[in-house]
Ligand binder design. Structure first.
Ligand code: SF4
Length: 413
């Protein structure tokens, strides 16, 4: 189904990739060849910073997060400061985007944010066009924190609402009061952060179509500039999946999930939102630049445990353990290092580019598929079946195609 949260930009995983010299994985980012390339050649457009702390583990979540550990937050801020300083010479031009995700970045109190901002400002060049986003949990946004974030240059917030119905939040084991979503939006706006996204999840077990409409309307009533709507997925090793396997609830049917997705397309279009990606909608001019940077396969540098980066055709991930992250430096230990061959690169471009409503330019597609008859056949078949269409010099999913996008993309790569 559309909207797999694993395709959230900060978590985008490479698919069908070739390992870089198997068996000789570099130990830290210091060992990567991108450290010896001229910084200008890296063309870095973004930075992703991962703050791993949460006050509770939501049952559907497989993102790297650790519960509480407030006593390690100072050490984390010190460590990320060192990491930022160590990579600073890789950044030569103002960034299009800085994105702080998690975890729950807003769990760090204002005084720790003030320290972290000093390092961010030293290392990451910005100008007045830079989008500086932070993920916010509705339970953790305070006046003081919002003012601190705004003073630190944050100009966009992404609020993890997921649902406005306490029953559905309970099903997800997500701990926040739905009223705090609106309260957070107001606090952020009052502090000057007016570019606000709201994240919603649909196809929660027990959720009806009418209830999903209520969720959309509740989000729209807060007048966000951007909405991300993802269908619930059951990731391995999550408590939600364990409960599903134990027969503790019935998942939403595929038909219901498709109906919810179609309702989203219609309701958000009526409300004046433009869909620019399978699961993302924005007011005109308010697309998330960080999202686009990922889906256009641009280059960004990762900071913090479990953060993944993509620079000069190399992908890597910082180790997903706070202890290891804290202990090794100045750049952190890394894992999952990959350097794509042509087929891997093209597969990734297809996977990412088709998620965008602008689609993939026909000229690029022609070039990418020239030596891949299997992929050409898949694209031609999807065009014949009405799942893909030609539009404005590009090829993109049709409305019907978006309902089965994941399966078409998986056939492609
Ligand atoms: S708050 Fe976000 S990162 Fe933390 S456990 Fe819940 S879904 Fe995962």
């Amino acid at each position: 189904m559309p909207g797999d949260p694993r395709t959230r930009p900060d978590m985008t995983e490479p698919h069908s990739l070739t390992m870089l010299t198997p068996g000789s994985t570099p130990r830290t980012a210091d060992d990567l060849d991108v450290m010896t390339m001229p910084a200008d050649a890296l063309a870095l457009r973004g930075a992703y910073l991962h703050v791993p702390f949460c006050f509770h583990k939501c049952h559907y979540c497989d993102f790297y997060s650790i519960v509480d550990n407030r006593d390690r937050q100072d050490a984390f801020v010190d460590r990320m400061t060192i990491e930022l300083d160590a990579a600073a010479d890789r950044f030569t031009r103002p960034l299009e985007s800085i994105f702080v995700g998690g975890g729950t970045p807003t769990l760090l109190p204002p005084e720790r944010w003030r320290r972290l901002f000093e390092a961010i400002h030293r290392a990451l060049p910005r100008d007045d066009r830079t989008e500086f986003s932070i993920e916010a949990n509705p339970e953790t946004v305070t006046d003081d924190l919002a003012r601190t974030l705004a003073a630190g240059g944050v100009n966009r917030a992404s609020i993890g609402a997921q649902s406005f119905d306490p029953r559905h939040l309970k099903t997800l084991e997500r701990w926040h009061d739905p009223d705090n979503v609106g309260r957070s939006v107001r606090i952020l706006r009052d502090a000057g952060i007016t570019n606000v996204n709201i994240d919603l999840i649909f196809a929660i077990p027990g959720q009806t179509l009418a209830e999903w409409q209520f969720e959309l309307d509740a989000a729209l009533a807060l007048d966000p500039t951007h909405l991300s709507c993802y269908g619930l997925t059951y990731e391995p090793n999550t408590a939600m999946t364990a409960r599903l396997r134990a027969g503790r609830f019935e998942p939403a049917s595929e038909d219901l999930e498709a109906a919810m997705y179609e309702m989203t397309l219609d309701r958000l279009a009526d409300a004046g939102f433009e869909q620019y990606e399978i699961s993302n909608w924005a007011r005109p001019g308010r697309t998330c630049r960080h999202n686009l940077l990922y889906w256009r396969n641009e280059h960004w540098w990762p900071f913090g445990p479990a953060a993944a980066g993509h620079v000069a055709g190399r992908r890597w991930r910082n180790v997903p353990r706070l202890g290891d992250y804290l202990d090794v430096g100045p750049l952190p230990p890394i894992t999952d290092v990959e350097h794509l061959d042509r087929r891997g690169r093209v597969g990734e471009q297809l996977m990412l580019g088709f998620r965008l409503r602008e689609g993939i330019a026909e000229s690029s597609l022609h070039e990418w598929l020239a030596d891949a008859p299997d992929r050409r056949a898949t694209v031609d078949g999807a065009l014949r079946d009405g799942l893909l269409e030609r539009h404005d010099g590009a090829v993109r999913f049709t409305r019907r195609g978006m309902l089965v996008a994941d399966s078409v993309l998986s056939d492609l790569v």
